[in-house]
Design a protein. Structure first.
Length: 364
């Protein structure tokens, strides 16, 4: 049995041990210095950070608050000027841009949007009506989809039967243009904006600028109208080729406001084979409807409405884009019916069921 004072001895032993432990601790602290004291205050994490989010007011100092994300801002844009036809890559540099998912230029949705914290790149769309001037560039944190289903057929002459047929006359009551690439409303306001300049920098720019200027208001002073003698579609297409840089010649011309003209200028069944015969000279390639992936803005389209092998109508390509499902959409500008963005597929399936189309594409 333990003696009566065993408890006192055990207690004294514990006191002496605690005293020795404290002395050892202070002795070690004297040797290790401040570094040991800091380590003793650590919560045990290797980096020394206090991860006990429930420990507040413990006297260890306030917790670190994460720095807020940088507010999106655009500081520069390159190139500052692009062709009316678009198609070039534009880079916006700035801060806080990682969340950008959609871009509009002058209200038209841009494609191929890519973003990092310091820059956003996108493919510039064509200017809505191929008109020179500044356009607002707006950056959104949501995807901005083009209106793929929009179709500006105009049908200004009032009937599909007048589409390249004989005996039509110009009708000024055409619809206002609605470019296919206009954007659907984005969710929320733009998080950053800047400005891009459009300019007529190429032959195609000048061609389409002319086409959009005169799709409804005919250039009667220079070229007259061929509507009274069968239709103005070929006359209009040829005018756009002059704007592109072509020159009139003895076998292709329109003089004295249309009083003198060649059949190659005004009559589709003559114009189509003439272009093919001079394909090498004009750097053209005839392509079928199955070769849509080769078609570009400014190319020439011919249509056969009644499957008799002879063209009834011609237009100028004003827009080409690919749907999410891979379908290539082609829009074109024309007279008879007057319109800036007429959908090729609608023309050959809805307006003229059973119709067909082919192209003369520019090699450069």
């Amino acid at each position: 049995m333990p003696c009566p004072n065993d408890r006192g001895v055990a207690y004294a032993g514990r006191v002496m041990t605690a005293s020795m432990n404290r002395r050892a601790l202070f002795s070690l602290a004297g040797v290790a210095g401040i570094g040991f004291a800091l380590a003793a205050c650590s919560s045990g994490s290797e980096d020394g950070n206090d991860r006990d989010s429930g420990s507040k007011g413990s006297g260890r100092g306030s917790e670190t608050t994460p720095a807020p994300s940088a507010k999106p801002a655009a500081s520069a844009l390159t190139p500052a000027q692009v062709p009316l036809a678009g198609g070039v890559t534009v880079t916006v540099t700035g801060t806080g841009l990682a969340a950008v998912k959609g871009v509009t230029v002058g209200g038209v949705a841009a494609r191929d949007v890519q973003a990092t914290a310091s820059k956003v790149t996108f493919t510039a769309p064509h200017q809505a009506m191929y008109t020179a001037g500044n356009a607002d560039v707006a950056l959104f944190t949501s995807v901005v989809e083009p209106i793929a289903s929009a179709n500006q057929s105009s049908d200004g002459n009032g009937s599909a039967a007048n589409d390249g047929q004989s005996g039509v006359t110009q009708d000024n009551a055409t619809a206002a243009p609605t470019p296919t690439a206009a954007a659907t409303p984005a969710a929320g306001a733009a998080v950053a904006t800047t400005t891009l300049a459009y300019a007529a920098l190429t032959d195609v720019d000048r061609q389409l600028a002319y086409a959009m200027r005169y799709w409804k208001d005919y250039n009667l002073a220079e070229y007259g109208t061929m509507n009274p003698i069968g239709g103005d579609c070929a006359n209009y297409v040829c005018q756009t080729l002059i704007a592109r840089g072509w020159e009139q010649r003895s076998d292709w011309y329109n003089r004295a406001a249309g009083a003198e003209h060649s059949a190659t200028w005004t009559y589709c069944p003559t114009m189509d084979p003439w272009l093919e015969d001079h394909a090498a000279e004009f750097a053209l390639t005839r392509r079928s409807s199955d070769e849509r992936d080769k078609v570009k803005i400014g190319d020439i389209v011919f249509f056969d409405w009644n499957a008799n092998g002879s063209p009834d109508h011609t237009t100028i390509v004003s827009e080409v884009f690919t749907e999410p499902d891979g379908t290539i959409r082609i829009k074109s500008a024309s007279h008879n019916q007057d319109g800036p963005y007429r959908d090729l597929d609608e023309m050959i399936t809805v307006q003229h069921p059973g119709g067909s189309a082919w192209f003369h594409t520019f090699d450069a």
